[in-house]
Design a protein around this ligand. Sequence first.
Ligand code: 5GP
Length: 190
Amino acid sequence: MKLLEERILRDGECRPGDVLKVDSFLNHQIDVNLLCEIGREFERLFHEAGVTKILTVEASGIGVACITAQFFGVPVVFAKKSKTSNIANDVYSAKVDSYTHGVTNTVVVSKQYLHPEDRVLIVDDFLAKGQALLGLSEIVRQAGAQIVGAGIVIEKAYQGGGDLLREQGVRVESLARIASLDPEKGITFM
Ligand code: 5GP
């Protein structure tokens, strides 16, 4: 998505540890008009998929998931990071290693909000090594629901998460695919 790539080149900052900081439009301050174009594009890509629910993980996926959901006319469910490892019976749960924080979180979704008949579009801001997507996929599997695909705003393609998920048969659509991220040489796209 040209508009998004231009914005990343203009405002994205390369940080140590292979982190792209996009706080000025996605992860801290949010450019709602840009998110609106992103939501519209996900709807165009998954128009035929019969999506009944959008699933993301707190916190940074929620904004993009909500705006995207308006185009599909479906609810958003976000997986909550659980502070306790005592998992209740009424939730689906998965472990997710956090790329940016270096910790492992257990994420949970109430059984009330995902059902076997659901057709789930997973939406997230970033795809790096794929841990967040794998955790969310596991939750959908536990619910007996179907994943129709994953809509990702920024994929760092060289980190392998996208390939891993695609090899598992998940349709992953990323609006910007980064080929390299270098504080000196800058950002290149696939
Ligand atoms: P993964 O689980 O695919 O390794 O990483 C995806 C998650 O880590 C995303 O939900 C996102 O919050 C965070 N993340 C991974 N890489 C980056 C990055 O370069 N920049 C930012 N801002 N977040 C990232």
